[in-house]
Design a protein around this ligand. Structure first.
Ligand SMILES: [Zn+2]
Ligand SMILES: [Zn+2]
Length: 251
């Protein structure tokens, strides 16, 4: 099965192309199943510029469900969201997931505590930031809500390597225990970002975690990059990792 559960839409303000263009690219690329996972809105709606607003959610879901129906003979389409783990908003998130036709959510652990908290993707040598990242990731996985952990190696820690290994081992052990696949993020790979981070993947493979490849498409053309997908698979296989092509759905 060729699958990809990590795709965005224009609603997050940093992705391009119509929703339908993503579907058509995915069909062209031979995907069997895809899922939209745009950056989730949050109840507080404080003007974060990288996610949809609460009042856009309904239209987002309707758009994806319309495409699901329209292309049902050509491709299977799922509807999801890429969500942070904000402990204080967890009740709101659970209510949202229970009341809306949402198949799954991905963990996108970008910010500490809320959208005003610091961004985990900036280089840091401060141990407490690494600890905060790992703790938040572990708490998220313990909820059992998240289908997988998107770019789990987002934090570029420039401090003590042994400490990085210790903390990430804890996070990977929780991923294994909760059967949460870790995403090899193709956007980061193709862009030459600081993730996927090889030392992280060494740890994940040693712990025995499952891996999944996510295109993290912010542009329909990203789905056509078969070369990157093959390279990602080859890399994970070279580490002896199990690559999964299915995720758990909420209902
Ligand atoms: Zn994004
Ligand atoms: Zn994403």
């Amino acid at each position: 099965m060729k699958v990809n559960y990590h795709m965005h839409t224009m609603r997050c303000h940093h992705a391009w192309g119509k929703d339908e263009d993503y579907v058509q690219s995915a069909i062209k690329a031979g995907f069997d199943e895809i899922g939209f996972s745009d950056h989730s809105c949050w109840i507080h709606d404080e003007g974060c510029h990288m996610r949809m607003r609460v009042d856009e959610l309904e239209e987002y879901l309707a758009s994806v469900l319309t495409l699901k129906e329209k292309y049902r003979d050509k491709i299977s389409i799922r509807v999801g969201l890429e969500c942070e783990f904000y402990a204080e908003y967890l009740p709101w998130l659970k209510a949202l997931l229970a009341s809306q036709p949402i198949d799954y959510i991905l963990l996108g652990n970008h910010f500490y505590k809320n959208d005003r908290g610091f961004y985990f993707g900036h280089a840091t040598d401060e141990k407490w930031k690494l600890e905060a990242y790992v703790k938040q990731g572990i708490q998220a996985m313990e909820t059992g809500l998240y289908a997988y952990y998107a770019h789990p190696d987002l934090i570029p820690f420039t401090g003590d390597e042994a400490y990085y290994e210790k903390m990430m081992t804890q996070m990977c052990e929780k991923a294994k225990e909760t059967k949460t696949p870790l995403e090899f993020n193709l956007l980061g790979y193709v862009d030459g970002r600081h993730y996927p981070y090889p030392p992280f993947w060494q740890i994940a493979s040693r712990v025995g975690c499952q891996a999944i490849i996510g295109v993290d498409a912010h542009d329909p053309a990203a789905l056509l990059n078969e070369k990157a997908m093959q390279e990602g698979r080859a890399y994970l296989k070279s580490l002896g990792m199990e690559i999964v092509d299915h995720i758990r759905f909420l209902k």
